[in-house]
Design a protein around this ligand. Sequence first.
Ligand code: BES
Ligand code: MN
Ligand code: MN
Length: 449
Amino acid sequence: MTDLIARVRDVLPAVRADLEDLVRIESVWADPARRDEVRRSAQAVSKLLSEAGFDDVRIVAEGGAPAVIARHPAPPGAPTVLLYAHHDVQPEGDARQWHSPPFEPTERDGRLYGRGTADDKAGIATHLAAFRAHGGNPPVGVTVFVEGEEESGSPSLARLLAAHRDLLAADVIVIADSDNWSTETPSLTVSLRGLADCVVEVATLDHGLHSGMWGGVVPDALTVLVRLLASLHDDDGNVAVAGLHQATAADVDYPPERVRTDTGLLDGVDEIGSGTVAQRLWAKPSITVIGIDTTSVAQSSNTLIPRARAKISMRVAPGGDAGEHLAALTRHLEQHTPWGAQLTVTPGDLGEPYAIDASGPVYDAARESFRQAWGHEPVDTGVGGSIPFIAEFARAFPEAKILVTGVEDPDTQAHSINESLHLGVLERAATAEALLLARLGGANGSTAL
Ligand code: BES
Ligand code: MN
Ligand code: MN
């Protein structure tokens, strides 16, 4: 086992160089102009996995983004472990606000900055490092699955799974796409929220009107939309939509002062919602307005706006059903549209939440691997974000044990400007994964399965 720890350290510089090459590819699937980049990214991932020693590597797609499946067959009697990550990334946002170019990996103070350095190209790097540390011949079967449209809600994942079910079947599924408690203490993620989103459009007129001639008698669509969006929360910022599910949060003391340090909430700005931080983040639904289309201030004139739309993103607490939540939101919108305005709700992505009972020998092996790699026990936490892959694969392989790990930390700023990976976290996460593969393969006399 100590040998393995040293071997991870040995392979890490090359893995980091490979990670940097991946970050240079602008694999933003949500941007139609960069879909070739996503294809290039799948090819790069596939090449890295082939070179690492996987003998069956393929790029697959079912009408959506290309994913990569690589297989190392299980030695007789050994279990198969599926290692998950995604190679698509979020759009970079305003490039001028980055301190270094978003797609040029740059190290500062032990962190590697760049879009996807953490979410989730570091997940790919973790799997590569663990596999290479085993000299390309771990004592378990290993299937790597790297999807290319996670950040777009994984719309073709169900079809990929149906088409390649036999290739993807596994006893243990390790997801490297989540957060850690800190750069020194790992998390074992035991619950994730789901997601349901939609675009809501309101119309009051079929053309704009002079706002002086008709203002005060005829409603404008933007005022309608703003009132409708305001109805989604009560005055304390709790979600005001009826019929949504609430769960119980993992038993973790989340220090309230961490909210300010981790988010950069501006002076004087209140938190919203009631309940502990952990409850609100992990076990209650939330609703956010993530975009709006209307006349810009620069283009505004004294005109009543005839139609306006917004995208609403809702998080679903573990145990809830994403489709039912979208239906509840739609009903709320229908019932709260003021002044008889015309309403259209266009459903968007659905991703189911997931909760894990992290007990039993596989989780014991994971905790022991974490303890050895990080020097600390992992904290069982929930996360507020979503990974639709998990519920989808849990349904397909109900016997599989699912382990949600990751390489993010509280300073990662995933999805935002200046995303970064803590290089120490990458080493510890890769070490823990390499040790876990050894344990699942029966090292140290352990019989995890
Ligand atoms: N890696 C995140 C999920 C995540 C977020 C894990 C926070 C742990 C903490 C993932 O890449 C992600 O961003 N997922 C999307 C999914 C959505 C498009 C269905 C999300 O949560 O918005
Ligand atoms: Mn991710
Ligand atoms: Mn993400």
